[in-house]
Design a protein. Structure first.
Lengths: 562, 284
């Protein structure tokens, strides 16, 4: 976060419409030309509790969450009590006058109940007040409100507009705008306000995903809901399964018959899918699983974040078979890598996992429009063959990746088996066939290696300090590196967007050229550091962890480096 | 014309006298009688001796995990609704390991034929009690006798709203073939619970045991009467009714909730980037 950034926090109970305000504010800020980082902090309950949205607005990309609050929007009294201590100098509290008794100089007690037609619209009024305080373009927000909330009914649209105007005018009449919001550096328009989950769903749609089987589980449910919302227009079957075992098996069946399948889940559900992952490996059926990590073991902290399941993704499923594990760090990478995962699963006829976490899944950022027409074509299964009577599904002579035909699209027969099988797919206990089949399946690792996404490097060639990381800790690492360079230090970064298979030539020289290597991960045991040591023999000098349920940030890195 | 010879003859690994032989023949006849060629059928099976049956005939096959045949079949049917999908597995696989999927598939009314080889015993693992074993049935795993009452597949299916519930018996091969053919013609999920002997591991419910008890439903039996059907589903002991117990197409099959499947199957869809572009712009 730069010096000029403004940190806004919106707090209240579940059920007070915080999410609506948070998302409207996010989209409005992006339309106004700001860079944003909106992260959610919610408790595992439907009503009550204490939830909050953190919104950082800046005129340069916001890479890392940070502490401190400039504008606290308190929808209840508890928010004031909990967050007052975080208020920075010159900060303000915008509160509902009926909820707070405090009469301090920095509290703007807005009589929302007098400004809104019904209590339900308090959140929209608070948005109006915030927009006025931050001197944001009023018309942009009015248009946004009409687009987003206007569709319900004319009455609701008018009440929302009135509530917004009420909150907005009260600030103009009774207060001064907040000191020093940064002016937008970017042109308005042509950008999206998008979360990791939304970007994954969009990447899947762009890749032609048309089958999503899932069992609801935080933080991944949003992927399925975003796909289900477009079921009619895009022809997507989004089927809620009876459990995660069914979800993964349905996806495998759909893939086998020619759908492009994606399965979102989280740790506990993913554990239940382990046998299915093994089945995809054995039957060589394309399968993409999105694993949104949250703190475990077991139910852990269901609505918080962690990067604790990297090793789980690497080793889930019994037996030996190739796989790929992709680890996006931003919404842009969520889009790109999901698109890639769906192609790679078909290309390698293997399971491919995309790892996110609650922080990345839920946090919204400003993202440039994706150039859909420039996306490469994706790999497709076959539907016909010249000599259908001779077709066998698992032919040995095709370099591991055998020609995959779909059942029922010609007179050929497709036979797949979870037992060890002969090239025609039938069960066998011929042990020489077994050895050849294992070799055939493992040969597909070459395809995965050829398509491996290299780690992203930044900074000098031979840095004194190299920070390496994976997934959602990327932003915090980039921010910390930038801070340290400003202090004159020579700092490089290495962000792994794929952790399996690892191709050492892509990163080992970089590790060796650094004076000191520090691995930054949102877990307690340093799972990437361990993996690198296992695959290359290279031991990183130090680990920086965070595993309290909150996302990695630059402040944590600085504190642990010193 | 499709004939049962089109499905081929294969070597099996079953005991002589196994009920699987009769079921295999009945399946081939039902496919031929319904005009389904081998490439038009997709069999999905789990694990167990029953689940190996489709390996013994020419057809498309996905032989998956123990208990998980129904979800695989559900996915495949939605992806390619023109396939004639048959799930074929045993009582342990379908009602035990896959019990939750059994309930969910019935509720979902996915359009497929569910053929369960029910021999009231685990054969492949050599003789433990299955979900349909009678209470008190003594095995090496249940030396003091099976403590639970048996799972009643047809009654449960009826309770869950299934539109086609039938019972077959390997000792009535013509009726079995005809019942399976009728099940395949049904729109929605169709259960055929096939009573069969296990000559190696079930010394209680032998072929003779079934033969003595099984009787064909009367010619004037009305399979449209749900309450009468429930009575016949629960009829078990000295007499066991065999045939189509219940039949009704009052429920919508799952695919009708995805109307776009009528236009083209998922495998044939072209991705629509213009729509994706419009959806992307909703986030502006």
């Amino acid at each position: 976060m730069s010096e000029s950034a403004i940190q806004i926090r919106i707090g209240g109970e579940a059920g007070q419409g915080l999410e609506t305000v948070g998302q409207l504010l996010a989209r409005g800020l992006v339309r106004c030309g700001y860079e944003i980082l909106v992260s959610q902090n919610y408790m595992s309950r439907i009503r009550g509790g204490h939830n909050f949205f953190s919104v950082v607005m800046d005129n340069e990309p916001v890479l890392s969450p940070a502490s401190g609050v400039d504008l606290l929007i308190a929808m209840n009294g508890e928010t004031v009590i909990r967050h007052r201590g975080e208020l920075r100098e010159g900060g303000h509290i915008l509160a509902d006058a009926s909820q707070v008794e405090e009469d301090a100089e920095d509290v703007l007690a807005v009589p929302f109940s007098e400004l809104v037609p019904e209590k339900l619209y308090t959140n929209t009024a608070a948005l109006g007040s915030a927009a006025a305080l931050l001197q944001l373009d009023r018309e942009i927000f009015e248009n946004l409100l009409r687009e987003v909330l206007g569709g319900k009914s004319e009455d609701a649209a008018k009440k929302n507009a009135d509530a917004f105007a009420g909150g907005h005018s009260w600030i103009l009449d009774n207060s001064r705008p907040l000191q020093g919001p940064p002016s937008p550096a970017l042109q308005q328009g042509e950008r999206l306000a998008m979360s990791g989950n939304q970007a994954i769903a969009l990447g899947a749609m762009a890749a032609g995903a048309n089958f999503c089987s899932f069992y609801p589980m935080t933080p991944s449910t949003g992927v399925a809901l975003n796909l289900a919302a477009q079921a009619e227009e895009l022809g997507i079957v989004a089927e809620q399964a009876e459990d995660e075992i069914a979800a993964v098996n349905m996806a495998i069946g759909a893939s086998f018959a020619g759908a492009r399948s994606i399965v979102p889940t989280s740790g506990g559900g993913f554990s239940l899918m382990a046998e299915g992952i093994s089945l995809a490996g054995m039957t060589e059926t394309p399968l993409v699983i999105v694993l949104g990590q949250r703190p475990g073991p077991a139910t852990g902290l269901p609505t918080r974040t962690e990067q604790g399941d990297l090793q789980l993704a690497l080793y889930s499923g019994h037996g030996e078979f190739p796989r790929a594990v992709l680890t996006p760090g931003t919404p842009e990478e969520c889009f790109d890598l999901t698109y890639r995962a769906l192609d790679l699963a078909e290309r390698s006829q293997s399971p491919v996992m995309v790892l996110t976490d609650q922080y990345l899944a839920d946090s919204i950022r400003a993202v440039a429009l994706f150039s859909l027409k420039d996306l490469p074509e994706t790999t497709k299964p076959g539907t016909e063959t010249e000599k259908p009577e001779e077709y066998v599904r698992y032919a040995f002579d095709q370099g591991g990746v055998s020609h995959r035909l779909l059942p029922g699209t010609g007179t050929h027969l497709v036979v797949a088996d979870s037992d060890e099988h002969t090239p025609d797919g039938h069960i066998t206990e011929d042990l020489s066939v077994r050895t050849r089949m294992v070799d055939k399946r493992l040969a597909k690792r070459r395809v995965l290696e050829e398509n491996a996404v290299p780690p992203e490097m930044d900074g000098p060639e031979e840095p004194e300090l190299l920070l390496l990381t994976w997934g959602s800790s990327k932003g915090a690492v980039l921010r910390a590196a930038s801070d340290l360079r400003k202090q004159g230090r020579s700092v490089g970064t290495l962000h792994f967007r794929q952790v399996c298979p690892l191709v050492p030539e892509q990163f080992l020289p970089r590790l060796r050229s650094a004076g000191r290597t520090v691995c930054v991960e949102g877990n307690a045991t340093g799972q990437l550091a361990r993996l690198i040591r296992q695959e290359t023999g290279f031991t990183v000098d130090r680990l920086i962890h965070r595993y309290d349920g909150l996302p990695m940030d630059a402040e944590t890195i600085h504190a642990q480096l010193d | 014309m499709v004939s049962s010879q089109d499905f081929g003859e294969f070597e099996t690994a079953w005991c002589p006298g196994c009920g699987n032989f009769a079921i295999l023949e009945a399946v081939k006849r039902a496919l031929a009688d319904s005009g389904t060629a081998p490439h038009q059928a997709l069999f999905v099976s789990g694990i167990g001796q029953a689940a190996k049956s489709p390996h013994c005939m020419r057809c498309n096959l996905f032989n998956g995990l123990h208990g998980r045949a129904l979800p695989v079949a559900t996915g495949a049917k939605l992806a390619h609704p023109d396939l004639r999908v048959v799930v074929q597995s045993g009582d342990g696989c379908t009602y035990g390991e896959g019990g939750n999927h059994f309930l969910a598939a019935l509720r979902r009314n996915i359009d497929l034929t569910l053929l369960v080889h029910d021999n009231q015993i685990y054969g492949l693992t050599k003789g433990q009690a299955s979900p349909t074993s009678s209470a008190g049935h003594v095995t090496k795993a249940q030396p003091r006798g099976m403590p639970s009452d048996p799972f009643p597949p047809t009654a449960v299916a009826l309770t869950m709203g299934a539109g086609f519930v039938a019972r077959g018996f390997t000792g009535m091969p013509d009726l079995l073939a005809e019942t399976i053919r009728e099940a395949m013609a049904h729109t929605g999920i169709a259960l055929v619970d096939v009573l069969q002997q296990c000559v190696s591991f079930n010394r209680v419910n032998t072929f003779a045991w079934y033969k003595q008890r099984c009787y064909e439903l009367e010619a004037d039996y009305d399979p449209g009467d749900w309450h009468a059907a429930m009575q016949r589903c629960l009829e078990w002991g000295d007499s066991i009714p065999v045939g189509v117990l219940y039949k009704s197409e009052h429920r919508r099959p799952l695919r009708s909730y995805y109307p776009f499947l009528e236009k083209e199957p998922l495998y044939a869809q072209k991705r629509d980037l213009d729509s994706v572009e419009r959806i992307m712009r909703e986030f502006e």
